[in-house]
Design a protein around this ligand. Sequence first.
Ligand code: PLP
Length: 395
Amino acid sequence: MQLNTRIIHSVPVDPLTGAVSVPIYQTSTYVQESPGQNKGFDYSRTNNPTRQVLEGIIAELEGGALGCAFSSGLAAVDAVLKLLDKDSEVVAVDDIYGGTFRAFTHIYQKFGVRVNYVDTTNLEEVAAAIGPKTRLVWLETPTNPTLKVSDIARVAELAHKVGALLVVDNTFASPVLQRPLELGADIVLHSATKYLGGHSDLIAGLVVTADRALGEQIKFIQNATGAVLGPWDAWLTIRGIETLDLRVRQHSANALEVARFLEASPLVDKVFYPGLPSHKNHELARRQQNGRFGGVVAFSLKHDSLEEAIALVTSTKLFKLAESLGGIKSLVCHPATMTHKSIPVENRRRAGVSDSLVRLSVGLEDAADLLADLAQALEALAKRHQPAEEALAEY
Ligand SMILES: *Cc1c(COP(=O)(O)O)cnc(C)c1O
């Protein structure tokens, strides 16, 4: 069966009533026949029927043994980090999501967890960083916002040589483009806030493990520490997943048009999109991501200044200025002053986030309208330079 058919039919019909939509079990507790004797549910932190359906769907979609739904992407990240013992070592992708970096630095460092950040597109660097005390190797691919792509299968081999687990944050690709567990990863996680939810209307996180015992450890951690997804948001996430394949196809098609358009603009310096042959990981992305490249495009300007970038991001009309990504509406953001503003300026620039870098989350509007919006914003930018040039011409 094709993936899209599997996704749509992974949402079960309610066995009790025949309802085609999953019921929202808005309950905290469950009546028991006698102590410990129940219908499989006793308290909604431990388990809830609506959340359980979502957990089954994501496990199936990622090809894993067990799924677990959390109250946010960062709660999912946090549950995976709680697998670590005191004084463990982690090797992580250098342009890791800011919130994950913050958790490592401000929460886990005090428990002796040490993180070695490396350019994971370079396998030699990964091999050199992994040592006998490495417990986790942490990938994001593609990364935010410069969309670097790492080779999941090769990094999995390197991690497994020392008995470390490979974790892949699959938020940017989503499981319709990339299934890390099939490539050897042990744990895959999502901010379901982004493409899985898909409508910018919820905060949620998901974890799927390849192995059942590891999944049970995650479930234990979740029950012991409590960051569960509520039944209403679990239902909204299921509703989002039903159209995931369709949406990601259109996000990817629109983003490719936008990336090509930007690459042709004389005001644009570099375009970062794995779907462009000019992207340094283009061939790997094509193999690893089902020949599609997702909805995020980043670009920098020839005039590399904060001021120029801010003028641009405040003059688009359809692309709304906001953090986050993966929703049906197109968004624009300026990483240097928004998502990446807490990163020291030298580190930020070294990670490829230049002053003028602009990130687009390309939505589901008609591509022609999106190109027209970018064209008018770039024209307004060009006019800023014109008075001087016109004065020069008169002279
Ligand atoms: C947004 C995001 C997260 C965090 O998810 P929240 O749902 O905002 O807590 C983690 N990883 C990546 C790659 C993200 O984009």
